[in-house]
Design a protein around this ligand. Structure first.
Ligand code: VG1
Ligand code: CO
Length: 544
């Protein structure tokens, strides 16, 4: 086996977005494309010789060939060992758990998350650092810089290795250890939640459930934990077999894409609890009988009840939410007298706050919640958190959320996405929004007067780093808010996200339909950005 140095030329488009580099599969299949990016990642890191790298993905199309190539590049670059999930499988939260537990130097997660998979769909690569979390911006910036200058990569000339059998083998000087993808993660979950109580409530049928794995990576995890360990009825986990194309579906856990689950939960046959997670297992959607919990509310309810869950019995240290996430959790933090941080979109911004123990719970409006147990958002963890809460409080999901609203008020909240719009047009919309910001405060639109308007800028309170232009936020005197952002995970054109939020303290008014409750704001958002007028689209592509 010989290390080869291959001459190559840079690709100009290897800039990581909100969560790693995501492109169509055929882009990754271009000659040297994957190899360049992996070498650029390694070139951005220091002192990894002889150390351990974690490698796994969500099992989508191109996962397996990519793993073989990455192993050979890792061997040629001097890593001491690579831990690979069996079959190339590791959910994003399990990958974070494996990195932390094994004190690995870092890890590569192969996933495009909630984006569809298959030969004509998306693939992605993300690098996580030794704390188990996504690489911070100074590292992703360095990767991009190296990818623009790359002239050579190193790769071991060797045969593919078997990643379907657990155990160790050697690839040149490097060890490759194939591990069970579920063990470490399942063990961690059993230490955070009351598995005895859950076994009793789930096993007796009092806590019936349906979990939709959407033919993505969480299937094996959910089967092991929910069915085998906690006694949920066989078949409680649906679409449990991971598939390279997610069964042709869009592995995004919302009411639109998880329609099988949604239909069940809004039918008369509904179990007590329903949930789904995404392609790589870090997102979650939580449902009760005939009841949908918005991710922003889910975070707030979890924060308000954390002390009831064994892993969090000492209570909240602090919380954080991404900027566009509703401010429901802020009120909970306030009532407990702990800090609430507002970060840019993307999990990488929570890592420092978690490491510095400033927070122990955090979340995003995009169906993501997590805690200090790993450094990624975690779908199945959120599901177990809710199940544990239902078991402790012996109330329905709907009753728990309604009581929460009664105490804290309700934030009517929705996100409207306009997908695959022309990138130039999207930039025009933002230029115009930005230039109108200074004149906004004090302006009145219908019943709403603008209180504040800015382009969100974040200064990390731990390391002082600054991230500019993280989304335009317009706050109104009556507590409403509109946020405009461009997606950093799409692979076709631009996606405009409009986040709408209205606070309603009066419990008598907590039963409105969300889109109706937000009607004025929806109209106002269009007045401000003109996306419908400019694109000719009459409706958003997806409403969540
Ligand atoms: C989206 C979400 C963001 C999330 C990111 C990665 O990013 O809005 O909250 O962190 O996806 O999630 P964007 O830039 O498209 O808005 V995942 O589950 O796709 O890794
Ligand atoms: Co994901």
């Amino acid at each position: 086996m010989q290390i080869e140095t291959i001459n190559t030329t840079p690709y100009a488009d290897q800039k990581p977005g909100t969560s790693g580099l995501r492109k169509k599969v055929h882009v990754f299949q271009q000659p040297h494309y994957l190899e360049n990016f992996i070498q650029a990642i390694f070139d951005s890191l220091d002192d990894y010789a002889g150390k351990t790298l974690m490698l796994g993905g969500d099992g989508r199309y191109f996962n397996r060939p990519a793993i073989q190539i990455i192993l050979k590049i890792a061997a040629a670059n001097g890593f001491g060992e690579v831990l690979v999930g069996q079959g190339g499988i590791l959910s994003t939260p399990a990958a974070s758990c494996v990195i932390r537990k094994n004190k690995a130097f870092g890890g590569l997660i192969l996933s495009a998350s909630h984006n569809p998979g298959g030969p004509d769909e998306d693939f992605g690569i993300k690098y996580n650092i030794g704390n188990g979390g996504p690489a911070p911006e100074h590292i992703t910036d360095a990767m991009y810089r190296h990818s623009r200058e790359i002239a050579q990569y190193r790769i071991l000339d060797a045969a593919d290795i078997d990643i379907d059998e657990q155990g160790s083998c050697r690839l040149g000087e490097m060890a490759v250890t194939v591990i069970d993808p579920v063990d470490d993660y399942a063990d961690l979950m059993s230490r955070l939640f009351d598995f005895d109580l859950l076994r009793e409530r789930i096993g007796s049928g009092a806590l019936s459930l349906c979990f939709d794995a959407m033919h993505a990576v969480t299937g094996p995890y959910a089967r092991r934990i929910l069915q085998e360990q906690l006694g949920a009825a066989p078949g409680s986990v649906i679409n449990a077999e991971p598939k390279e194309d997610f069964g042709g579906g869009h592995p995004d856990p919302n009411l639109v894409h998880a329609h099988e689950l949604a239909e069940l939960m809004f039918s008369t046959q509904a179990p007590v609890f329903g949930a789904a997670s995404d392609g790589d297992g870090d997102r979650n959607m939580v449902l009760g009988r005939q009841f949908f919990v918005t991710p922003s509310d889910s975070l707030a309810v979890m924060a308000a009840n954390a002390h009831r869950i064994p892993g969090y019995k000492d209570g909240l240290i602090g919380v954080a939410r991404s900027m566009p996430t509703s401010r429901a959790v802020d009120r909970v933090a306030d009532s407990f007298g702990v800090d609430c941080y507002e970060t840019p979109t993307g999990w990488k911004f929570f890592g420092n706050l978690l490491d510095a123990k400033r927070i122990n719970l955090c979340g995003e409006e995009s169906f993501g919640t997590g805690s200090d147990h790993v450094r990624e958002k975690d779908g199945l963890w959120a599901v177990l958190f809710w199940l544990n809460l239902l078991a402790v409080r012996r109330q329905s999901v709907a009753d728990i959320v309604r009581e929460h609203w009664k105490q804290f008020g309700r934030d009517y909240y929705s996100r409207h996405d306009y997908e695959a719009i022309d990138a130039g047009l999207a930039n025009d919309i933002f230029d115009q929004l930005r230039s109108s910001l200074p004149r906004m405060p004090g302006k009145t639109f219908g019943e709403s007067t603008v209180e504040s308007a800015d382009d969100f800028r974040y200064q990390d309170p731990v390391d002082g780093s600054v991230s500019e232009r993280q989304g335009i936020r317009i706050g109104f005197e009556n507590g409403s808010r509109i946020v405009f952002r461009l997606s950093g995970t799409g692979t076709a054109g631009a996606t405009l996200r409009i986040y709408l939020e209205r606070y309603e303290p009066d419990a008598e008014k907590h039963d409105q339909n969300t889109q109706e409750a937000l009607e004025d704001l929806i109209e106002l958002a269009e007045t401000l950005c003109g996306v419908k007028k400019r694109t000719g689209m009459t409706e958003p592509t997806v409403i969540t």
